[in-house]
Design a protein around this ligand. Sequence first.
Ligand code: NAD
Length: 521
Amino acid sequence: RILQVSSGVYSRWHLVSSSSSSSVPTVKLFIDGKFVESKSDKWIDIHNPATNEVIGRVPHATKAEMDAAVSSCKRAFPAWADTSILSRQQVLLRYQQLIKENLKEIARIITLEQGKTLADAEGDVFRGLQVVEHACSVTSLMLGETMPSITKDMDLYSYRLPLGVCAGIAPFNFPAMIPLWMFPVAMVCGNTFLMKPSERVPGATMLLAKLLQDSGAPDGTLNIIHGQHEAVNFICDHPDIKAISFVGSNQAGEYIFERGSRHGKRVQANMGAKNHGVVMPDANKENTLNQLVGAAFGAAGQRCMALSTVILVGESKKWLPELVEHAKNLRVNAGDQPGADLGPLITPQAKERVCNLIDSGTKEGASILLDGRNIKVKGYENGNFVGPTIISNVTPNMTCYKEEIFGPVLVVLETGTLDEAIKIVNNNPYGNGTAIFTTNGATARKYSHLVDVGQVGVNVPIPVPLPMFSFTGSRSSFRGDTNFYGKQGIQFYTQLKTITSQWKEEDATLFSPAVVMPTMG
Ligand code: NAD
């Protein structure tokens, strides 16, 4: 069994009962192909965000357990890297099928631990599944380059080869999608992988590990440890780990980027955001308002690509009352309840932080047009709910504009022209995503070209690229050189070996020693 409770609360996700410490289910480690109970004496409670009941506990893995996990990855690496690429591809082909078959079960675990609605949780798994499907094309993606006859009898070619043991550190907000950005891509290239899921939502990763094992991934190719700072430091420092993929906050990401880089590792870090939607007066009003509301409040705003800031240009400011009406129609409820549009925030602390940021808006002169702070959800009075909130008259110097709120809060700015809007977006330190809403192609083109943000939507509010492209957040939203998934993902998890090869037909003894630098000309 993956979780001790796989036949208990985690599969009957809507029947969670409060528990004494002895009956709380515990999440196992996955070491060398076995789901094992940690010997740790330090555990972290996992809560259902809709009720705040403790539904499980996750260990701070001990040093010995983390060492065992890396040793397992290291032992498994040579054989896995040597396994034919077609066999590795077959494992992933079986894996994508098993994920599809178990998509709803993974989604149920996500809703239980993370709080998002079931439909949204299914989307979370589905977007990760798309990366797995794309990684099945590894036989084309990993092709090297060749150049025949660069000089007489000499050919040049390159291979893409795996790095060794790679590691992943994931955030709480996409419990399936983000781990699936990491280990399937790394492993299909021939690496072995050490995964540390978010300690708040470990269940989906555990089920995904079980499905990968069932797909034929050999023991040791994927290991899973749990924990927080100690586990992260362990990963950053361990000499046998060659690369780290991180997704999460700036505070953690910048620290991990620096500490991991200092130890000679490749690090890619996707971090925080403040995504702006720019609304032109010529936009299709109904479509734009629906898109804004969905992208600002969906997943309770706990998406790195949430459209959390809107700039109304010119006359589009008149749409504000209708925007508020659209937001009021959203239904806030526990994620497993039919018709729920948004669920709770992850923790009471997250709720408090979001409410404080809304307060700061009032104190600094903004207007609260819709206030979700005091929302009560019947039957879930202890949940971390905040309803859709809209703050207008916001200026770039206000705290609610500068901070990533990561809650169901839309801050609204107004400008007279597109140029002013572009200036605001480009002055913001983050560069994860942005969208423009317009029916004018030239306006859309101007915005796409001048805005300094890595992912741009034109009438598309959450422009997360499909996996044949890469996730290309920029500026303070990313540290590293090579992005997640797509061609860039393959590059991140491989290194090039270039071979210069000469086969002469003539007798080699006819040549004298070459003591000058070969020019190959
Ligand atoms: P987080 O940084 O708190 O946690 C991410 C991971 O880092 C977890 O595994 C956690 O155990 C570890 N961690 C947390 N604090 C740490 C610290 N001080 N030192 C070392 N390790 C630490 O992030 P979160 O709250 O789980 O996720 C939300 C954040 O992630 C938001 O800022 C969001 O924008 C960002 N995010 C970004 C992307 C993206 O692709 N750009 C995607 C999803 C989430």
